[in-house]
Design a protein around this ligand. Structure first.
Ligand code: ADP
Ligand code: ASP
Ligand code: MG
Length: 401
């Protein structure tokens, strides 16, 4: 039997009517004889609401309990979807991450899928049941429920497709991947195809349409991913390995993120071990550092700047406090009104001049940048949020995005 994994995001199932409509869509696929594994997010903004409930009691709830709480959102949606499918006369079964055999490891609230024992799911699919799996969750080595980080249902879906060696369809509230988030730039263009590599850069740089780890996993296991609109039949975007049939533009897309803050540490005693210690402390807390810069040593001290996710601010403040116990002259500054703009494109590998063009655009529009990083296929700039709109408009015009 040909199996397909389909994933539906929160907006697509935010109320009972939408759940019933999606159930009809699932059933029409089932009628074509496909084995179906359906992964769901929590309904609408449920995950945010659950976090808010916990925060009414404590500003810093223990992450084990927070995970247990957040995981209930997906249990609601899978149960309701399974009931809706059964009401349409189809056999289905709802499974939590644990029941589906999803084993996790690592930190609570951002754990990773270690493995999936696929036996249970396979058995139910072979029996002809539609299997509805809770996204975003699994069970760790000590038997606690953990979650995979926000947006993690995408990862559940791609991981299941990798294990089942089948394709993965991600259904959402946008009809595919655009050159830029269409909410920010309504004139953005839809892409028919995008390579894993480019999508990976775009996701990790803030294009929230696909969760980064999901794309990473798709690339590693070569899972064909199709992103499309949940409530209508309309051509979407394929994410796949780059091949010559894909249109080659220098810049494929642009990501915009206001999810990072910039930390500057002033007067860090200059020694290579000190710099490495700062970043080791941060990485031990599983915090992702993106942009890094350092001034030249002067009078035995340097200033170090880096960007980290805003959600990790409290942990960063703790780390700074610890460092200041030893480095009493060190001062820290945190800037939150930072936007990271990144242009991404495989074409940059073979064509030079993109960085020069970007510097020219920023200079012509009088936009100061605070940090720059590059890789083979992307260039990112951290700028002031007040300049975001001007920068986006001039970049999309220049690169025809
Ligand atoms: P879901 O709840 O289905 O997981 P998400 O909100 O996580 O949906 O992702 C869909 C959203 O991603 C869209 O509404 C869109 O605003 C945003 N988005 C960001 N960048 C892009 C892009 N390049 N192309 C399409 N959508 C994008
Ligand atoms: N419900 C989770 C979240 O809101 C997971 C997901 O939507 O993918 O982050
Ligand atoms: Mg999502």
């Amino acid at each position: 039997m040909n199996i397909v994994v389909q994933k539906y995001g929160g907006t697509s199932i935010e109320n009972i009517e939408k759940i019933q409509n999606i159930a009809k869509k699932i059933v029409s696929k089932k009628q074509k004889g496909e084995g179906l594994v359906v992964v769901l997010s929590a309904m609408g903004k449920t995950t945010d609401e659950l976090i808010q409930l916990a925060k009414q009691i404590s500003p810093t709830p223990k992450s084990r309990e927070l995970d247990l709480l957040m995981s209930t959102g997906e249990q609601i949606s899978i149960s309701l979807m399974s009931i809706a499918l059964q009401e349409l006369g189809y056999e289905s079964i709802a499974l939590t991450g644990f029941q589906a055999g999803i084993q996790t490891q690592g930190y609570y609230t951002k754990s990773r899928i270690q493995d999936i024992d696929i036996k249970t799911i396979k058995t139910y699919v072979q029996e002809g049941k539609i299997v509805v799996v809770a996204g975003f969750q699994g069970i760790n080595e000590v038997g606690a429920i953990t979650t995979l980080g926000r947006g993690g249902s995408d990862t559940t879906a791609v991981a299941l497709a990798a294990k089942l060696e089948c394709a993965c369809e991600i259904y959402t509230d946008v009809d595919g991947i655009y050159t830029v988030d269409p909410r920010l730039v309504p004139t953005a263009k839809k892409l028919d195809y995008i390579s894993y590599e480019e999508m990976l850069e775009m996701s990790s740089l803030g294009s929230g349409v696909m969760e980064t780890r999901a794309v990473e996993m798709g690339q590693k296991y070569n899972v064909p991913i199709y992103v499309a609109l949940s409530h209508e039949e309309w051509p979407g975007t394929y994410i796949k390995e780059y091949d010559a049939t894909m249109e080659s533009k220098i810049i494929t897309g642009m990501s915009v993120s206001d999810k990072d803050l910039m930390v500057t540490l002033y007067c860090v005693p200059y020694h290579i071990k000190n710099i490495s210690m700062i970043f080791q402390e941060i990485s031990q807390k599983d915090i992702n550092v993106d942009m890094i810069s350092q001034t030249a040593p002067l009078n035995g001290v340097v200033n170090v700047s880096f960007t980290v996710p805003k959600e990790d601010e409290n942990v960063i403040l703790e780390i700074i406090g610890e460092l200041q116990k030893n480095w009493t002259n060190m001062k820290a500054d945190i800037q939150k009104d930072i936007t990271k703009l990144s242009v991404v494109g495989i074409g940059m590998r073979s064509q030079s001049g993109v960085a020069a063009k970007m510097f020219e655009i920023l200079a012509e529009n009088n936009i100061e940048f605070k940090q720059v990083t590059t890789s083979e296929i992307k260039i990112s700039y951290a700028i002031s949020t007040k300049d975001q709109q001007k920068a986006i408009e001039s970049i999309i015009k220049e690169f025809d995005l």
